[in-house]
Design a protein around this ligand. Structure first.
Ligand SMILES: CC(=O)SCCNC(=O)CCNC(=O)[C@H](O)C(C)(C)COP(=O)(O)OP(=O)(O)OC[C@H]1O[C@@H](n2cnc3c(N)ncnc32)[C@H](O)[C@@H]1OP(=O)(O)O
Length: 211
């Protein structure tokens, strides 16, 4: 029998999550979103508001939060875990994961992404298209690695931090929590909590107001 998957968030990121799930063979894919109930997002129906899933989570073989905003995604993920939902892990068929790496519940990995030996990826993370996580890296919960971003070996990324499009993080560097690394940055030294970092080499731009 085809497995059923509920996704919170029917926006752009949610559709990439659904597309990934379909490629993995999930059969009945349904969205929950506070907007557009009764319509569809891409080929998949929006069957209820977010709150409805909290009542119906156990009706699905898998549940995942497809919201791009890191704090919002992690909060909903944790609330669903508390309700006993079967949080899925979605790893696109063209992604590569070492059998000696760990990927926790609620995390998605899209096409062409790579996770190497010894890496640990927390819950509700996004390893976006073509991003790479190298040996012994540690990602806390709610991290987003944008498309084409790269971490050198032994790096750490704190809770809900967001590494921008095409950015690079030098090996061994520690990025705090709620950090935003701008597109194209090269982070070569530790980044403190709650900062926006941009440039090559990356420098603090301002506090991260979205944290
Ligand atoms: C599938 C997907 O789509 S995933 C989406 C992934 N998205 C990303 O990776 C985007 C990452 N975000 C960025 O790079 C953003 O520009 C941020 C977060 C760094 C800053 O955004 P904002 O706070 O809106 O800053 P804003 O655009 O007002 O720019 C402020 C200043 O920083 C500069 N700046 C902004 N981004 C960058 C950057 N990535 N590198 C260098 N300088 C930058 C701007 O030129 C501007 O400089 P100025 O004051 O001299 O004119």
């Amino acid at each position: 029998m085809k497995r059923s998957l509920a996704i919170i968030g029917a926006g752009g990121h949610g559709r990439v999550v659904a597309d990934c799930a379909e490629a993995l063979g999930w059969g009945r894919i349904e969205f929950f979103d506070d907007e557009g109930v009764g319509t569809s997002s891409g080929p998949w129906p929006v069957v209820g508001a977010t709150g409805a899933l909290f009542e119906r989570a156990r009706d699905y073989d898998g549940v995942i939060v497809g919201i791009g905003a890191n704090r919002a995604r992690l909060e909903r993920h944790r609330a669903l875990v508390a309700r006993g939902a079967a949080m899925a892990v979605l790893i696109h068929p063209s992604a590569t994961v070492s059998r000696h790496a760990r990927i926790d519940a609620g995390t998605v990995m899209f096409a062409g992404a790579v996770v190497n030996i010894g890496a640990v990826i927390g819950q509700a993370c996004i390893i976006n298209t073509g991003a790479t996580v190298d040996h012994d890296d540690r990602l806390a919960d709610g991290v987003h690695l944008s498309p084409g971003s790269h971490l050198g070996g032994g790096a750490t990324v704190g809770e809900c931090s967001w590494i921008g499009l095409g950015a690079s993080v030098r090996e061994g560097v520690s990025i705090g929590r709620d950090v935003r690394v701008g597109a194209g940055a090269a982070v070569v030294a530790d980044a403190p909590d709650g900062m926006v970092m941009v440039g090559v080499p990356a420098r603090p731009l301002k506090r991260n107001d979205d944290a």
